[in-house]
Design a protein around this ligand. Structure first.
Ligand code: NAD
Length: 460
């Protein structure tokens, strides 16, 4: 058994089974047994089940959000939005189930040329703890809508909300064999899924190092791989940007979910002419954030998910200071008094004058640290933004059309926002370039990933 603890105070939230390789094999076998039934189910019936699950989840959103906050640490308000996000993703896929038709053409030489789209079969997913509900929606929505069955491994430290969401899908009429959760460690359950010979696709979300390890293990099986990995998103603030909106965007884009989002703003580049007022505004706003147990009223930021991760975050801040590559303007310490001592809290931390090669800029800092640097030309800012192995998201804050046009073309990222950051609607593809991954979540594109084209040539 695994124990699940609340990172705000260490209290026990629940237990889950420590899954084994046999559990994975059993789940894959029963998943194949359910495949013909589910893939033959009329798309409209699949759609009804997804809509109905979304409705049940919305009805229980209070209880589900409490569970999410207790096991993950995020403020209740963020949990409520994430649970609603899960429901919204299911509703989106329910609304397009069955819309992906095949293609048809005729040629005198070859006759009738048709392309059928068929579900792949058993698909697997491995998901992280940072947004467990939303990411479970991103994986299950398109997989189930397309007629596949699924074996999903939640994170070992935040599996309970995923289990509760699966229960809602079953209550809505989804046969249990169609979606099976195998809880446990990445080393045992995750690797068993990666090396399994009878799984047709594996969608993994997590760190780059884990993802590349998974890809190596999965390679001989030739299953389709979708890798949604880390990011180090840059925010570029131009001289004409609305200073208040940009500062607000930086604070919410960095400190939301305690900085533990793949597309959190992890580096800020500000035009040197507006650098000082921008930094002051960010500091003012960050210092009004209330930190504490996500279950308490009015809390804006919860704890870092584990104490080990907080140690990693603090180490990168200290290394940057020790190397003279940036200064701490606020935060940057491990709280050792009051209730914050009970959990793995870390204050909103702002670092200024940060060298783009400093550890807090080069590594993915998965915690509430906002490093800021100045730039002289937009071309320099784009170069600095691109000078990383990551390529998940980036944002540019300006109203100048030429700059928008240049930045949207030149930034190496799977998603570029203008005058906003960290907004991910289910209707459009989301994913990274470079080391940030392969493939996409969301939109019709994700549905296509879970269907295989079959060509049929009929000579009349
Ligand atoms: P992680 O890589 O440690 O774990 C992710 C999942 O992989 C967990 O379920 C874990 O149990 C499993 N795992 C761990 N070791 C494994 C192994 N050897 N083989 C197979 N599975 C294994 O990541 P995390 O700490 O849970 O999440 C944070 C990371 O996820 C960050 O890098 C973040 O940027 C990334 N992330 C990316 C996206 C995206 O859409 N691109 C979204 C959210 C998070």
């Amino acid at each position: 058994m695994f124990e699940v603890h609340n990172p705000a105070d260490g209290s026990l939230v629940g237990h889950v089974h420590a899954g084994t390789e046999d559990d994975v094999n059993d789940a894959v076998r029963t998943s194949w047994e359910a495949f013909s039934l589910w893939s033959d189910t009329d798309p409209l019936d699949r759609s009804r089940i997804l809509f109905s699950a979304a409705r049940l989840v919305r009805e229980d959103k209070k209880e589900l959000s409490l569970l999410l906050t207790r096991e993950q640490g995020k403020p209740l308000r963020e949990s409520v939005n994430e649970i609603a996000g899960f429901a919204r993703v299911l509703e989106y896929y329910a609304s397009i189930t069955g819309t992906l038709q095949g293609d048809y053409g005729y040629s005198k030489n070859y006759g009738h040329m048709m392309v059928m789209r068929q579900p792949l079969g058993v698909c697997a997913a491995i998901i992280p703890w940072n947004m467990p509900a939303l990411i479970m929606g991103w994986k299950t929505g398109p997989v189930l809508a397309a007629g596949n069955t699924m074996v999903l491994k939640p994170s070992a430290t935040a599996p309970l909300t995923c289990i509760a969401l699966a229960e809602h899908l079953y209550r809505a009429g989804l046969p249990k064999q169609v979606l099976q959760l195998v809880t446990g460690s990445g080393r045992v359950v995750g690797q068993a899924l990666a090396r399994h010979n009878n799984i047709r696709s594996l969608s993994f979300t997590g760190a780059v190092s884990t993802g590349t390890g998974v890809a190596e293990i999965a390679a001989p099986t030739l299953k389709k791989l979708i890798l949604e990995l880390g990011g180090s998103d840059a925010m570029i603030v131009c001289k004409d940007a609305d200073p208040y909106a940009a500062a607000k965007g930086a604070v919410s884009g960095r400190f939301f979910n305690c900085g533990q989002t793949c597309t959190s703003i992890k580096r800020v580049f500000v035009d040197s002419t507006v650098y000082e007022p921008f930094v002051q505004k960010v500091r003012e706003l960050a210092e009004t954030l209330s930190i504490g147990n996500g279950l308490s009223d009015g809390v804006d930021m919860g704890p870092v998910h584990t104490s080990g991760q907080r140690k990693d975050v603090h180490f990168l801040v200290q290394e940057t200071v020790n190397n003279d590559q940036g200064k701490v303007l606020s935060g940057g310490y491990i709280p050792d008094t009051g209730s914050l001592k009970e959990g793995s809290f870390y204050p909103p931390t702002i670092m200024t004058g940060v060298d783009p090669d400093a550890p807090v800029m080069k590594e993915e800092v998965f915690g509430p640290v906002l490093p800021v640097s100045a730039f002289d030309t937009v071309a320099d800012a784009i170069d600095m933004a691109n000078a990383t192995r990551f390529g998940l998201g980036a944002s540019i804050w300006t109203h100048d059309m030429r700059t928008i046009s240049q930045a949207t073309r030149e930034l190496d990222a799977g998603i570029v926002w203008v005058n906003q950051h960290l907004r991910i609607p289910p209707e459009v593809p989301f994913g990274g370039v470079k080391s940030s991954g392969l493939g996409r979540e969301n939109g019709r594109y994700a549905l296509l990933q879970y269907l295989e084209e079959k060509t049929i040539l009929i000579n009349p």
